[in-house]
Design a protein around this ligand. Structure first.
Ligand code: HEC
Length: 111
């Protein structure tokens, strides 16, 4: 149910909807979720230090919390939308995709 959230709201209503979506959600941050999630699921191709990026763009790196927040909207679109395509090989659980939304939609930006 939560996964459909991003798919269902338009620009206009998205701000209000985000407020209600985020009411009563657990506090999810880079420290308690994001860092380990990204390391496991994304950094094989997206870390600056990876030796084989599989053609992931050089600019799209998730090595620090600041870099992640530079890409928050694209991360949500690619990994937590109704039809996610990152990582390309799949394997991320729905639970983790929901946590990704709780983090990047609901946490204080930059945390
Ligand atoms: C197997 C390698 C691989 C893994 C793992 C991977 N990516 Fe990617 N990623 C790519 C490639 C290749 C591209 C460039 C082509 C494209 O955009 O589809 C890309 C592009 C992107 C972009 C930039 C394009 C845009 O839409 O703006 C984002 C954001 C992104 N990936 C997020 C993620 C996230 C989040 C994860 C982990 C949940 C992840 N990727 C895991 C290979 C990977």
């Amino acid at each position: 149910m939560w996964l459909l959230f991003l798919a269902c709201v338009g620009e206009e209503e998205s701000k209000d909807s985000t407020v209600s979506f985020c009411r009563d959600t657990p506090v999810v941050t880079y420290e308690n979720f994001g860092r380990s999630f990204l390391t496991e699921s994304c950094d094989g191709c997206h870390a600056a230090t990876t030796t084989d990026r599989h053609d992931a763009p050089d600019a799209v790196t998730f090595d620090t919390v600041e870099e992640v927040w530079r890409w928050d909207e694209r991360i949500l679109a690619r990994a937590a939308s109704a039809d996610p395509d990152m990582p390309p090989q799949g394997g991320v659980t729905d639970d983790d995709r929901v946590r990704l939304q709780w983090w990047l939609l609901c946490a204080d930006p930059g945390t």
